[in-house]
Write a protein that binds this ligand. Structure first.
Ligand code: HEM
Length: 404
């Protein structure tokens, strides 16, 4: 597991695990032993189980794996006190604060901007008749969108693009470059927060600074960690939603034609159910982020000891035939689709409305403006990027009839 060969098609292995070892103890490449939970019912329960803490302090890291487990919290501790690494009551307080600044209204107001960004990126490669949709489209779109939302000025956004690029390319690899990028981002965010305190704008960072909970303001460090997790959680996920989504549509021409016909008729229904189905069928988040048992507990009949890491395999749960009819079939009109692609419980994806907006805008615009979009390589030659948490394509070369 966790190699690119595995990432090419992990689903048969997940089917085997679901059937034969639904709660399975394994040794990760880092040397850490962790439990993999693959059935939908167990996964949903585990995601909401408050005895499973998000705080890495609950994990006794074995000496031989120290420093290379990939368990967050060991890197740049000050940026790591964010929503995905904390439990109530801190989680409740910080989530309430950011929810105020991250309302559905703000996301809806953002729709014209996402459309404009989408069109601009397509304009940049339209005349070529070919593109790598990961680097030229799926990658820049969410980074510019989140920068706008946070209030990062346009002239600084390309720096973010570089830092994020470093983090995505080397996420599980050499540490030096990633650590430098995180450091630069941290320094920049501290400065930006300082500036927004002096001159607030109509952006999320200013909103975060202003937002108060029972009169209690965010500390500057908490605000920086929040901005960091919004970037980090909202970036590679969306890249892969668009990349995996376009790939699935190109590999399922019948479904893609249905969607194109419905968009041409001015309908939104199939686009909305379709993006949810693409998330269920081949979603960006393969495994939910780390959880650690705070006391002995039982999942699916297996006894988990206090301190043990538990990894919920969302990609396996979302193909569980006990929950979804014909789970391996992509059906864009699927109605009964309570997938776990955005997680479940108190850590349910805060950015889901933004992710939906970006995913729907990106796919609808690509299929409408590039109606004969097709893969430019043999599907067997596509390379997937595996890892512990995310799964997505390294490149997605496409062709289409060029236009000015
Ligand atoms: C949490 C998926 C986009 C911000 C999560 C979790 C999942 C997820 C599975 C829960 C992880 C866990 O419980 O361990 C996705 C997917 C996305 C996406 C599939 C895109 C298709 C975004 C965007 C943002 C965002 C665009 C923000 C700009 C967050 C935050 C959390 C989170 C802040 C932590 C919430 C908490 O702990 O309370 N996301 N996400 N996500 N996501 Fe997303």
């Amino acid at each position: 597991m966790f190699t690119w060969e595995f990432a090419t098609d992990p689903y048969p292995a997940y089917a085997w695990l679901r059937e034969h070892a639904p709660v399975h103890r394994t040794t990760l490449p880092s040397g850490v032993e962790a439990w993999l939970v693959t059935r939908y019912a167990d996964a949903r329960q585990a995601l909401a189980d408050q005895r499973l803490s998000k705080n890495p302090a609950h994990h006794d890291e074995p000496a031989h794996a120290r420093g290379r487990t990939g368990i967050p919290g060991e890197r740049k501790a000050e940026l790591m006190t964010h929503l995905l690494n904390i439990d109530p009551p801190d989680h409740t307080r910080l989530r309430r604060l950011v929810s105020k600044a991250f309302t559905p209204r703000r996301v809806a107001e953002f729709a014209p901007r996402v459309q404009q960004l989408t069109d601009r990126l397509i304009d940049d490669f339209a005349a070529k008749g070919s593109a790598d949709l990961i680097h030229e489209f799926a990658f820049p779109l969410p980074i510019y969108a989140i920068c706008d939302l946070l209030g990062v000025p346009a002239e600084d956004q390309d720096d973010f693009r570089d830092w994020a690029g470093m983090m995505i390319r080397h996420g599980g690899g050499p540490r030096g470059g990633v650590a430098r990028s995180v450091k630069k981002m941290r320094g920049y965010l501290a400065e930006l927060i300082h500036r927004k305190r002096q001159e607030p704008g109509d952006d999320l960072i200013s909103g975060l600074i202003k937002a108060s909970d029972h009169g209690e303001h965010l500390t500057e460090n908490e605000a920086a960690a929040m901005a960091f997790i919004l970037l980090f959680a909202g970036f590679e996920t969306t890249v892969n939603l668009i990349g995996n989504g376009v790939h699935s549509l190109l590999r399922n021409p019948g479904q893609r034609e249905r969607l194109q016909a419905s968009l041409a008729a001015g309908e939104r229904g199939l686009l909305e159910t379709g993006v949810e189905e693409l998330l269920r069928h081949d979603g960006p988040v393969e495994l939910a982020t780390w959880r650690f048992a705070t006391e002995p507990l039982t999942i699916g009949g297996e006894r988990i000891a206090a301190g043990d890491p538990v990894l919920v395999v969302l990609a396996a749960a979302d193909r569980d035939p006990e929950r979804f009819a014909d789970p391996d079939v992509l059906d864009l009109s699927r109605r009964d689709n309570q997938h776990l692609g955005y997680g479940h419980g108190i850590h349910y994806c805060l950015g889901a409305p933004l992710a939906r907006l970006e995913g729907q805008t990106a796919l609808a615009t690509l299929l409408t403006r590039l109606p004969d979009l097709r893969l430019a390589v043999d599907p067997a030659d596509l390379r997937w990027r595996g890892g512990l948490i995310m799964r997505g394509l390294r490149t997605l070369p496409v062709e289409f009839t060029p236009f000015a």
